[in-house]
Design a protein around this ligand. Structure first.
Ligand code: UT7
Length: 328
């Protein structure tokens, strides 16, 4: 079985920060940010709730699908920047969009989250014949968890949301999901303060760098090394299952973290960068929202057309990685 992406919608908060704006907070410059990351600007949510951005993109996707929200049987939201520990943002959005017959839950797989969420939707559609439509939303407000005194991370992140309405279909589909928790300390934000005098029977917490609660830490160099391997590995692992090659893929939609990661992956896969959808220049890194934001924008611009073979590839905190190959 596979899926059909019926429609997509996206939402970006109004406020835009350019590279120049960051000079007010940290010792940086436009040239460094552009050449090291490919980022020129990013959107900022301010105190706009994460769920609210998700609702806006979901409403657009539902309207474009032309369905009654009551026909949605499942709402899955991917986020690492929820407004709540509980309830899930999925439950909030399920109520707010009028999906009154849906069950709902959140997924946290960091920047791989949209890939995880879509693959989860495919599995639910495969096993629950009463399920007709799944609403998948990725919504992130990274700026709320960013240390604006850390020039190595604050310039990277942006906020936004994108959503898809999905149904089952017999179109080509393959997926691959992976996680390596030994890399947890390379990219994290703590939710509770760990008391150093409390000892548990595990050395897992040893070696975590100090960082205040609710602030993102990233070992950029280590995560970079992981990312340039994870992207081609994730693609190949899904591709091998259905015997498809990188040349046969029309469009790659990778997680938008750094243009250099995308260029290196293209080289590794033996294909040109023109097959890759790139939005990191004006979105920055929006974690799990980055793939669907790029996908939605490319569809709206006509860069992705019906019938094309797509590879969505995510990588991020966890460390997680994964890919989905599907026909649009
Ligand atoms: O979304 C989840 C997955 N995340 C990723 O895939 C991110 C992967 N990592 C990266 O993309 C890159 O490692 C970064 C863009 C985060 C950093 O690039 P880098 O080439 O690894 O730079 P660096 O951290 O090694 O820093 C190089 C130099 C340092 O100065 P010294 O020590 O060489 O004098 C930094 O202090 O650049 C300096 N630097 C900056 N300079 C100006 C770091 N940040 C900045 C800045 N402006 N914003």
């Amino acid at each position: 079985m596979g899926i059909n992406i019926i429609s997509m919608g996206s939402y970006l908060p109004e406020q835009v920060l350019t590279n120049e704006d960051f000079k007010k907070f940290v010792d940086t410059n436009d040239e460094w940010i552009r050449t090291r990351t490919g980022i020129c600007s990013r959107h900022m949510a301010g105190w706009e709730p994460t769920w609210y951005m998700g609702k806006q993109s979901a409403l657009k996707a539902i309207e474009r699908a032309g369905i009654d929200p009551k026909e949605i049987g499942l709402v899955i939201v991917s986020t690492i920047t929820s407004d709540f520990l509980t309830p899930s943002i999925a439950s909030v959005i399920q109520y707010e969009v009028g999906a009154e017959n849906a069950y709902a839950f959140d997924i946290n797989a960091a920047c791989s989250g949209f890939v995880y969420a879509v693959d989860t939707a495919e599995r639910f559609l495969r096993t629950d014949e009463n399920l007709k439509y799944v609403l998948v939303v990725a919504t992130e407000a990274l700026s709320r968890f960013t240390d604006f005194e850390d020039r190595g991370t604050c310039i990277l992140f942006g906020d936004g949301s994108a959503a898809a309405v999905i149904e089952r279909s017999d179109k080509m589909y393959s997926s691959f999901l992976a996680s390596d928790g030994s890399g947890a300390r390379k990219l994290f934000a703590r939710n509770v303060q760990i008391a150093s005098q409390v000892k548990v029977e595990s050395d897992f917490d040893d070696g975590f760098p100090e960082k205040p609660m609710h602030q993102l830490y990233q070992d950029g160099k280590e995560v970079y090394k992981f990312a340039v391997k994870a992207l081609p590995t994730a693609f190949r692992s899904a591709a091998e299952k259905i015997g498809i090659t990188s040349e046969e893929i029309d469009r790659f939609v990778p997680h938008q973290a750094n243009i250099r990661i995308i260029e290196t992956a293209a080289k590794n896969l033996g294909i040109g960068t023109e097959k890759f959808i790139v939005t990191v220049d004006h979105h920055g890194n929006t974690s799990s929202a980055s793939i669907p934001l790029a996908l939605c924008e490319a569809i709206e611009k006509g860069d992705i057309k019906r019938g094309q073979k797509l590879a969505l590839v995510g990588f991020g905190a966890g460390l997680t990685y994964g890919s989905i190959i599907l026909e649009y």
